[in-house]
Design a protein around this ligand. Structure first.
Ligand code: SAM
Length: 437
């Protein structure tokens, strides 16, 4: 643990950490969660400072398109990165503090100057940083008001695709939902849990509640007693498509970290959960132990693994671009690209074929992805049904998923981040139910 430097002004260590996290994500293309865990773990900051560092990095990424456009407007001739070091990140983080985190101008500008002073390259741009951030403090809100925020904060590999597929109005609503901090949803082991000890919890459905401002998960009532697990409301819907699972055998493919495994086990299913990643499966194991639930866990590639016999119920929650979860992962649009979409699409096709072979005649296969991209959802299933004619779509009915708006014209589950926006939105999910003849 590093010691706090008492000669530093309050918050400087937090800002240094935020800068390191931002550089890790933007330059080294490392996921925000991993970068934040590493940087904050090494910095040993008090909880409040760690929270401030996380808020700067997360908000700067959520608003990255707007902040970058603002800085580019004020610094049309950007200094080359090999000379400027983290100058851009210092400007982005400083502007983020000023415009989105309500930090007093003198505190944000002074901290940015100190961060520049401490860096061998950025120090040469200290005067520029100081001048630009002073202008941001004076003029930034006005410039922001004239920006098209949702289009700027959605990178070019996504925005035109969403406009083409969903239409501009819905694309805007989706991108707007990404600008808010998402709530925390909990799924209870018992649908009858009264959850009266969870302050501010709002009921979404039986055994599903939402907290708008949750704080630390481990400190919430019921965590250590294993009464609930964290699961976005939309992420809990694909399991509903399997119908009554109590006492039945379910093969849960691509299962880790195990939200759906817990859901199935809590509902009384005999679950075999398969995932490629032993590290992620150990999270599943920990979660199941905390919840006092059981499932058979198998570390294997779904494309190679075969069950002893086909099962009546199979769930495939495939790896995907995860563009339905941008609210929770604001780094994702800036880390991924259209190339990832192609890779995921090909893999999903192979996983679907493997899952089909594990589904008993007369059985049900549910395919799910937390993606907004049609290639990973409806088009993937269209192609599957054309090549596997022994399967047919079993349309979902509104009473299975709580809201008719969640059902597509083809009868699949389709949620968007802008749905239930008055209640705090939800992840974007696609799921199809397929019956083997
Ligand atoms: C969307 S996540 C699954 C989330 C999980 N079902 C839940 O509800 O918590 C996708 C998972 O697929 C796994 N995966 C990716 N490729 C795989 C493969 N070829 N075989 C098995 N698992 C794979 C990843 O390790 C990852 O845990």
């Amino acid at each position: 643990m590093s010691r706090r430097d008492d000669s530093s002004p309050p918050g400087l260590a937090a800002r240094k950490a935020a800068l390191a996290i931002l550089s890790d994500v933007l330059r080294r293309k490392r996921p925000l969660d991993i970068a934040a865990a590493e940087v904050l773990g090494a910095a040993g900051l008090p909880a409040r400072d760690a929270g401030f560092a996380r808020a700067i990095a997360t908000t700067a990424l959520r608003r990255f398109g707007q902040l970058e456009a603002l800085i580019r407007a004020l610094v049309p001739k950007a200094p080359p990165q090999h000379k400027a070091g983290p100058t851009l990140e210092i400007l982005i983080a400083g502007a983020c503090e000023l415009l989105f985190l309500n930090v007093a101008p003198h505190a944000a500008v002074d901290a940015a100057n100190r961060l520049a002073q401490a860096d061998g390259k950025a120090v040469h741009f200290k005067a520029l940083i100081n001048a630009v951030l002073r202008r941001v403090a004076r003029e930034g809100a006005g410039i922001l008001a004239g920006q098209d925020a949702v289009a700027l904060d959605t990178p070019d590999w996504l925005w035109p695709r969403w406009v083409a597929h969903y239409g501009e109005e819905t694309a805007r609503a989706i991108a707007q939902a990404h600008l808010s901090v998402p709530p925390l949803d909990l799924a209870f082991k018992s649908p009858d849990d009264p959850y009266t000890d969870l302050l501010g919890a709002v009921r979404l459905a039986p055994g599903r509640v939402r907290l708008m401002d949750a704080g630390r998960i481990e400190e919430l009532a019921g965590f250590h007693e294993g009464r609930w697990w964290v699961q976005d409301f939309a992420a809990s819907l694909p399991v509903c498509l399997l119908g009554a699972v109590a006492g039945r055998r379910v093969i849960d493919l691509c299962a880790a970290p195990g939200g759906k495994t817990a859901q199935l086990a809590a509902a009384g299913a005999h679950v075999t959960a398969v995932d490629l990643s032993p590290e992620r499966l150990s999270l599943t194991r920990e979660n199941l132990a905390r919840l006092d639930l059981t499932a058979e866990l198998v570390a294997a590639d779904v494309r190679d693994w075969r069950p002893d016999e086909p099962a009546p119920l199979v769930l495939l929650d495939g790896p995907c671009t995860a563009t339905g979860t941008i609210r929770r992962h604001p780094d994702l649009p800036w880390l991924k690209s259209a190339a990832d979409l192609n890779i995921c699409e090909a893999l999903q096709g192979e996983l679907l074929d493997a899952a089909a072979g594990m589904t008993a005649p007369g059985g049900t296969l549910v395919y799910a992805v937390c993606s907004l991209e049609p290639e990973e959802g409806e088009e993937q299933i269209g192609a599957f049904l054309r090549r596997r004619t022994e399967f047919s779509r079993a349309p979902v009915s509104p009473d299975e998923v709580f809201d008719a708006a969640f059902i597509s014209r083809q009868g699949d589950l389709k949620t968007l981040p802008c749905y239930w926006s008055d209640k705090g939105g939800m992840d974007g999910f696609y799921a199809a139910r397929l019956r083997r003849g």
